[in-house]
Write a protein that binds this ligand. Structure first.
Ligand code: SAH
Length: 246
């Protein structure tokens, strides 16, 4: 199978490209797409950069020009729900854009002219991502160093993810996202855009996020530490197992 793998940060993407045999770069639309083989699949890895437009543009190239048959996004996110701790992994079952509001023409959060607020991920991909994330935590999870004294070992959760073009790094911003999407487990800046592109092209997708911070006043500091210490390892650890089990 031909699989597209997206990450927003160079730390995540470079750890995945080291898994590939015969990595071959190609430049399209200002981005580097690295093709290669992993466990008898054709993989194309791209550093999308941060935010919805960047992620959507990278996803379109993967599908329309590079012919991938599915897309998996891996990255970090800020925890929103009380059961989510830093070091946990969230696998998205559906995603919505917390900053999308064309009211009064359309209800807040609704993607104009589609009648939809949330877009789903593919059930088979998320089941396999969940299994890969669980195995990663069991085998390598001790390297994830939560910022608070860990009250319990890290866990994998499946659920709703909120996306928007904002880094959520204070209590007021976090509470705004929680009020708009009370079911969301975490917040990030790319997932719903990738899910929308995949929906439009009928390409199955999955999103897995390591919780780097709690989207609170310490978020920027915790995010940077997680990126340094854990994000690359986690991205590669999940993707390697995911692809091997496909
Ligand atoms: N200062 C950083 C920018 C990080 S943006 C830099 O210069 O590189 C945060 C990235 O991590 C985004 O790709 C987003 O998807 C994810 N993320 C992690 N925690 C987040 C949070 N609290 N709010 C929004 N996005 C978050």
């Amino acid at each position: 199978m031909r699989i597209g793998v997206l990450g927003a940060m160079p730390e995540e993407v470079s750890s995945i490209t080291t898994l590939l045999t015969r990595p071959t770069p190609r430049h399209l639309g200002g981005r580097e797409f690295i093709g290669g083989r992993l466990a008898s699949h054709d993989i194309c890895v791209v550093h999308s950069r941060i935010g919805k437009v960047a992620a959507a543009a990278a996803a379109v190239e993967l599908i329309a020009r590079l012919g991938v048959e599915q897309i998996v996004f891996v990255g970090v996110a800020g925890g929103l729900a009380p059961q989510i701790c830093t070091g946990d992994i969230v696998v998205a079952d559906r995603l919505a854009q917390h900053d999308l509001d064309a009211s009064p023409l359309f209800p807040p959060l609704e993607i104009p002219l589609t009648g939809r607020t949330h877009l789903p991920t593919d059930p088979a991909i998320r089941a396999c991502l969940r299994a890969a994330a669980e195995r990663f935590l069991a085998e390598e999870g001790s390297v994830l160093t939560p910022h608070q004294a860990p009250s319990r070992p890290p866990r994998v959760h499946t659920g709703e993810v909120a996306t928007g073009d904002q880094f959520i790094g204070n209590a007021a911003a976090r509470d705004r996202v929680r009020a708009l999407l009370p079911g969301a487990l975490c917040v990030e800046m790319e997932g719903a855009a990738v899910a929308q592109v995949c929906d439009e092209y009928a390409v199955p997708c999955g999103v897995a996020r390591l919780i780097s911070d709690d989207a609170d006043d310490h978020a920027a500091q915790h995010f940077s530490r997680s990126l340094e210490q854990a994000a690359g390892l986690c991205a590669a650890g999940i993707i390697r197992r995911y692809i091997e089990w496909l």
